[in-house]
Design a protein around this ligand. Sequence first.
Ligand code: SAM
Length: 418
Amino acid sequence: MNRASCVLPPWLTTAPEMGLGDRNVAEPTIRRPLPRAVSEPSTGPQRSGPRVGESDVLAALNPLDHPVCLSPPRRLSSVLSWHEHLPFAMFLIDLARPAALVELGTHAGDSYCAFCQAVSELRLPTRCYAVDTWTGDAHSGLYGPEVLENLRAHHDPLYGSFSRLIQSTFDEALAYFADGTIDLLHIDGYHTYDAVKHDFENWLPKLSERAIVVFHDVNVREREFGVWRLWEELSERYPSFTFLHGHGLGVLGVGRSLPDPVQPLFRASAAEARLLGSLFFELGRRVTLTVERERLTEQCSRVAELEAEAQRVAQVLDARSRELEQLREDRDRVTQRLRQVEAEVVDVRAAHEERARVARDVERERDELAAAVHAIHSSLTYRAAAAYWRVQDRVLPRGTRRRRAYERLMARVKARAR
Ligand SMILES: C[S@@+](CC[C@H](N)C(=O)[O-])C[C@H]1O[C@@H](n2cnc3c(N)ncnc32)[C@H](O)[C@@H]1O
């Protein structure tokens, strides 16, 4: 490799690590040139945008001088609407370094926790306050106490040392802030024109000489959102910067002595504003893509779980259908045997009936014979013959030679008579 190509630009060799590294944040910001990817973007309208060397605004707002904007936000709830602005929220904290920050409308806390995370990572002495009823409104939807509980569980251990969650209406909270004390106010409550105007005008006296006010949803033109209208009015009266992505975010320089690092934002030309808009849109997209990736990862593991479950169910079904098959075979065998037994029963019944019929015939014949024998016994011939046989047995006793000779003689007489 060419030795010269290994020499890193000064802003890379001196830049601290991204994330929660041990940065000396109290040092004054060193202005470094933007990397080429930012100063000479390759697509879209940026192509004809200003080069860093020609733009003191872009050089002054170099995000690499404020690497906190590249820190992965720790609080990414399912309330997505602010996600695309989280890198800018952290960038703004580094630019403005407010002594006191108030957010009106916090819900799950994604915007507020990004402000707090930047305060914490930059080790600023900022005092932070979030005001919300934590019951919701017609635009955010109504919700239960679990939202604040969940936020507290995240917020208190990380930011409890410098931040308070105030559960009240915006109007009720006013009394607890002295006039001229708030350096950064984020207004993100109910979004009708009247409501947001009321919030801005009510809190205006509380703002300091350095005050910046951030409005969310300046580019929403539906569902009776009216921030865009107030924004048009206010950005006529105060220095302002507008992001159009992520429902629109307006940054308003209200104080008379705005912090120096913030001022280039309000001096940006249309081309510079487009470049900054593109840059923070891309950084914001990185956050939303992270959330999307996590959601998809969760869905993938859910799909894997469901597939494993489906496989298990398929195995159970297989086993059940084998059992069912076995039961069907058993049933067929039993049915066949039953039919055989039924046929045998029919045969046995027929045989039994036949035997009963024969028995009846035999009984009838026996009765007929008995009647015949009785008739014979009671006939005169029989009685004469019986008397003859008795005389014969007496005159020619059985077993004697005389008897045998007589029987032979009688046999010859019978044979001749036939
Ligand atoms: C759009 S949400 C805030 C979104 C939040 N900044 C984020 O990062 O997702 C609006 C919140 O303002 C609260 N809210 C609206 N009007 C309010 C009022 N007058 N007083 C207190 N809270 C209010 C609602 O309860 C809701 O939680």
